[in-house]
Design a protein around this ligand. Structure first.
Ligand SMILES: [Ca+2]
Length: 326
């Protein structure tokens, strides 16, 4: 019993000192340097930046979550089953109906299909049901200052977060999001929030926890990343007898003329023109391999999340929502 208490004490002590005590970020020299730099660069009130960062807490759970992304470990069939489940399809159809007017307005404004906008919001947050429970400030400070592999990136996002909350008059210590600091229905990181989000309900605030703003913002994100209105996204192709690895790089970026892909032995449907530019997407299942033609719009979906599995899940969910099974 005594020995057990000793172990418990050690575990608790470790937990408490890792990696900084609550609110202690501000005492660290590199955090003070960050405060100086950001406040000077953007003419922000230094005392305000200090007050915000004084509230930041280090969270070990954020580091733990960061180190296990599903895309890297799952086969396509397992990944697909996770994202194209019965609830996500059912709730997606409901979302299409409930938000019909806003979705139609976004689609008309930005040229992106309603089912693609809906599928993104479905894959990201179950249509707003799971927008994240971490304080964004904690996520960005923890990853920015205590996760060296991505520290520079997340310090940049922390800088953008300060600017975003300042510009939109949002409360920086209250906003919640994912363990990586992604916010709202569409899970925008702060730089995307500032660059691509839009006030789509016209109330003067860009609020991605508001469904109208979120729908407009997802559509605008795709438009600004080159979505080609009315064009196909991806379609299955018959594999070549001999697979040339060279044609699979740098997928999903469209790089090869379809004529080259045909010449390499892939069976591409006649609806696709020889001169179109595409990528060959290979998806490995538990017991088989699928090949797909990745067109420009498929690549645009990967600008939201770089995994081809993610893009395929979004596309196939979008098709399920409008009654087209893959
Ligand atoms: Ca708004």
């Amino acid at each position: 019993m005594k020995r057990w208490s000793g172990v418990m004490f050690l575990v608790m002590a470790f937990t408490i000192v890792w990696p900084a005590q609550a609110g202690e970020y501000l005492s660290r020299p590199e955090v003070q340097a960050f405060v100086d730099e950001v406040s000077q660069k953007h003419s922000l009130d230094k005392a305000w930046v200090q007050r915000v960062l004084a509230e930041a807490d280090a969270k070990e759970s954020i580091i733990a979550a960061m180190t296990r992304p599903a895309e890297k470990t799952l086969t396509w069939d397992a990944y697909r089953a996770l994202f194209l489940n019965a609830n996500r399809i059912k709730w997606g159809k409901e979302f299409l109906q409930e938000q019909e007017a806003t979705l139609a307005r976004a689609s008309e404004t930005y040229g992106v299909p309603v089912e693609i906008i809906t599928a993104i919001i479905g894959v990201e947050t179950y249509y707003g049901r799971n927008v994240g429970n971490y304080r964004v400030l904690d996520a960005l400070a923890t990853l920015g200052f205590d996760y060296p592999p991505r520290g520079k990136f997340f310090r940049g996002e922390l800088e953008q977060f300060l600017l975003m909350t300042h510009e939109q008059n949002l409360p920086p210590t209250a906003l919640k999001g994912s363990y990586a600091g992604a916010m709202g229905y569409g899970q925008f990181i702060p730089s995307s929030y500032r660059n691509f989000a839009v006030d789509f309900n016209g109330d003067g605030v860009v609020d991605l926890w508001n469904v109208e703003d979120a729908i407009g913002s997802v559509a605008r994100y795709f438009a600004m990343h080159g979505w080609q209105t009315g064009q196909a996204v991806t379609l299955p192709i018959k594999p070549a007898k001999v697979i040339e690895e060279g044609l699979l790089e740098p997928a999903p970026k469209p790089t090869f003329a379809v004529s080259e892909i045909r010449a390499a032995g892939y069976g591409v449907p006649d609806t696709v023109a020889d001169e179109d530019i595409a990528a060959v997407i290979r998806l490995k299942n538990e017991n088989s391999t699928e090949y797909w033609l990745g067109l420009k719009n498929f690549y645009v979906i990967t600008r939201y999340n770089h995994s081809p599995l993610y893009a395929m899940a979004v596309y196939q969910l979008s098709q399920e929502l409008v009654g087209v099974s893959q």
